[in-house]
Every structure is written in C-alpha cells, then in structure tokens.
Design a protein around this ligand. Structure first.
Ligand SMILES: [Fe+2]
Ligand SMILES: [Fe+2]
Length: 478
C-alpha cells in the first residue's frame, strides 16, 4: 500500500483543529502530525524532509507562525505553507509567500487549495474507515451515527450504533481507557463533512464560542450497500455483503469469493439445494421456541446496517456442510446438526454484532475495557446460555448442544468456557471450530486462498481431529 502523504499542522488543540484534521484525513487520506508550538517543528524541518504541506492555524500566537516560516525559508523548504486566520491575523503574513486562508471559510478554502496543489494519486484511495476524534463527535449536538474502534489486529469493531446517543461522559470513559481516535465509515464521514460545509458559519461560530453545533445526523441506512438483494439466500448478496463489510466492493471480488467456495469445495447445485432444505428444517425446529423465533427474526432482518451476523451464519452454513462433505461425514443427521449449530451458536449475540465478531479470549481481552459489564457477561456466557436454550428445545439434533458449548474451545487449551484440551473436543466440534475460523478468515481476507489458510492452520491447531481436517483441506486442489 502506498504511503500516506505526511503533513504538519501547527495549531492549538481546539474543536476547529479537530474538524480540519477530520476533513483532511477523510478527503485526502493525509497523515497529520500536530504541534501547538513551532520549536519541535523546527527540529523536524532540520532533520527530515518528508512533509509535503504545512498548515498553520490562527489559534497559535503569530510569533509561532513567523518562527515556522522563517525556519522553512532558512532551510530552503520547498513545500506549500498555508496560514489560516482572521483578516487582521493574516495581515502580517502577506509578504511571506504563504497561502493565506480566511478562517471563516477555512474548510472549503483549505480543501480547494489542497486540490490545486496536489495531483491526485490514484493509488491512494479514501479510507474505508475514516479516523475522527471522539471530542469532535460530541462537539455536535445529538449527532447519531455508527462509530467504530480499530482493533490491534486491524479489524474495526462497532462500539456505537446509530440509535445510541454519544455523550461527553462516553468520551471521558473511553479516554480513561486510552481510546481517543474513533472511526466512521467513509459515507458517514463524507455526510458529516457535507453537512458542516452547508452550515459552516453556524458550526464555526458555535465551535469558537465553545457551544455545540447543530447538524443533521446521517440517514440510518447510509452505509448499507445500495441495491442489496432482498433475497438473503442469494449468493451474490452474500458475497457483496462480505465485500462491503471489508470495503471490497469490486464485482470481481464478489464473484471470486463465490466461485472459490463452490470450486474449492466442489459444491454442486444439488448439494446447495440439499443444504437449503436442511436450513429450512433447522429454522422450523428453532421457530418452535418463541424466544429463539424472536432472535431468528432479528438475524433475518434485511435492512440491518450491520450485516455481520447474517453473513457469518450464511457463510458458516456453507462451510460446515462443505467440510462435512469433504470428510465424508455427510449423513443426513450430521449435516442437519451442523446447519442447526451454525444458525444457533451465536444467537444471543444477534443484537450485538461487535460481540459476535470477537473470536477468542485474546481479542476479548484487547477490547474488554471498552465493554460494559452486561456485554462482558453476555459474551462470556453465550456458549452456556445457548446450550441451555437448545437443551430446552424439542426435536433439537442430538449433540448440537455439546458442539455449541464447545464452539469457542481451542485445540491448544486456550479456549473458553472450559479450556478443554484437544482430546476432549468432540470431532464434530473440531469441524465446526475450523469452519467457523475459516468463515472469519474469509470475512477478514476477501482475497483469501486455501493454501495460505491451510498453512496458517498447521501452526494454529493440534490434535488428531484437527489435523485430519487440515490434511483433507490440503488435498483439495485450488
Ligand atoms: Fe460465531
Ligand atoms: Fe460464539
């Protein structure tokens, strides 16, 4: 991936500076280094020359800006320098060769100047998730949108849903946990910037006075891909949703995932039909329990902006069936059992996709501090809770409860809730655990290939039940 363009920003830490950074990061994918004084900038100008633009904001004393301009001249720095300020602030810099921008029109002014200065690099695309400072979001009055944090693994986890109101106390809570930067999906970020541009003088004046600014919240389905199919069993809808989820909206990528799955696992049309029938049967059994029926309905909601649970389940059904086929464990009862388990295993997390995305205790520990007590309990107890739900269901497939109870165990003994060793994990649980792992791997890597995945598995899994599956996967020709 090409490097981001580095820019220097001399400014006090104000809401205005947060807004301008948000605009530059979202529109141009710039990497911003911010200072409130000129002295550290001076040493950077001396030692390195990898900055392409310097922006000085009128929130710092004039002498700091002058010092920067002088230093830049002395070291022969050939980069554009913008100074933002009121007319009287800018007066002193008229002969300095800097680009002067009226602060009262700064958002459009800076964007326009940057567009004139930089030839667009087609390799640098706008980010799928745009960083935004927490305190900028709460500087708007009752702004509601989906908000994410970035995990150490690079995955993005939704921490606020659009219906949640983000308030100042949230900022304090998250700051204490070391979370300052949040992320918005690209379309949400652009929406906010458009709203700010359209109401700039109100927003600017409110921020300058320390008041909250009013803008409209983005529409609820802004990040849902347009034209999403109503038919949830449609394979294209599944693939496009996966692609959308990971920001790979290209058609080729969608087709590739579908073709790869069908081709790699030799999934025939008849087999797909058979799986569909078994899905219907599993759904019928589940619907007999009023509690499960309600949760199932939520899983099927087509307009749910976070498609994770639905995608996860649809892909999992396909992969557990494909694995069973591969291992020749494809009796009617085994397939029915695996499909039932695929649907049920995370059902209590359907309203909490950010919890359903957590794959193991390591990931859980990494974000534990951002979760509420209820969320922690819900996550840690879901294998047990769902096992009990299944036990209380009439006609549930034999052993389905046990597989669900074991679905977060790991062959190296690091799983939960029981830290089982590999020999105590049932063969069908091992199959499910690996199909579940591959499901998440595909969601995280839309350009996946089986070879890379199998190599990863050899390192990750131990024990006869797991190695048997890995061996079989290795025999498949891609
Ligand atoms: Fe899951
Ligand atoms: Fe789970």
């Amino acid at each position: 991936m090409p490097n981001q363009t580095n820019i220097l920003f001399l400014t006090a830490n104000t809401t205005f500076s947060k807004l301008l950074s948000f605009s530059l990061e979202t529109n141009f994918n710039f990497k911003i280094t911010q200072y409130a004084e000129s002295s550290p900038i001076e040493s950077i100008l001396d030692s390195r020359n990898n900055y392409f633009l310097m922006v000085c904001d009128g929130s710092v004393p004039k002498k700091e800006v002058s010092s920067c301009l002088e230093k830049a001249k002395r070291v022969g720095l050939q980069i554009p320098i913008m100074v933002l300020g009121t007319q009287s602030y800018l007066e002193d810099f008229k002969t300095e060769g800097a680009i002067l921008i009226d602060r009262e029109n700064a958002l459009v002014g800076v964007e326009d100047s940057v567009k004139k200065l930089f030839v667009e690099n087609p390799m640098i695309k706008p980010l799928e998730y745009c960083p935004v400072q927490f305190r900028l979001l709460t500087a708007f009055d009752s702004l509601q949108c989906d908000v994410y944090i970035k995990m150490p693994t690079g995955r993005y986890l939704k921490i606020f849903k659009q219906e949640d109101l983000i308030v100042d106390e949230d900022v304090v809570k998250y700051e204490r946990k070391g979370v300052e930067a949040l992320y918005l999906k690209k379309k949400t970020a652009f929406w906010i910037l458009k709203e700010v541009r359209n109401n700039y003088s109100n927003v600017y004046n409110a921020f300058e006075k320390g008041d909250k600014a009013k803008i409209k919240s983005p529409p609820k389905d802004i990040d849902t891909s347009p034209g999403e199919s109503e038919n949830e069993e449609d394979p294209n809808s599944l693939a496009s949703a996966i692609a959308d989820l990971k920001g790979h909206a290209e058609e080729k990528s969608q087709e590739k995932i579908e073709k790869q799955l069908d081709g790699t696992f030799k999934i025939s049309k008849e087999f797909k039909k058979d799986v569909d029938k078994k899905v219907k049967k599993a759904v019928k059994i589940m619907s007999k329990s009023a509690k499960v029926k309600g949760l199932l309905k939520k899983l099927k909601v087509n307009r749910n902006p976070d498609q994770y649970c639905k995608i996860h389940v649809n892909l999992l059904v396909k992969l557990t069936a494909a694995f069973a086929n591969l291992l020749e464990w494809n009796t009617e009862t085994t397939l029915e059992k695996l499909i039932f388990v695929s649907y049920m295993h995370d059902i209590t997390l359907v309203d909490h996709p950010h919890l359903a995305r957590i794959q193991d205790l390591k990931e859980f520990e990494a974000i534990k501090s951002t979760l509420t007590k209820e969320e922690i309990e819900l996550f840690l107890n879901h294998p047990e809770d769902i096992r009990k739900m299944v036990e209380n269901m009439d006609e549930h497939p034999v052993e389905a409860d046990k597989i669900i109870y074991q679905h977060h165990e790991h062959s190296d003994g690091s799983g939960f809730p029981n830290k089982l060793s590999t020999s105590r994990i049932l063969p069908l649980s091992a199959l499910f655990i690996m199909a579940h792992d591959l499901t998440n791997y595909i969601i995280d890597h839309p350009d996946w290939n089986l070879e890379a995945y199998t190599a990863r598995c050899k390192e990750k899994y131990v024990g006869a039940n797991f190695t048997k599956i890995i061996r079989k996967l290795g025999e498949l020709k891609t």
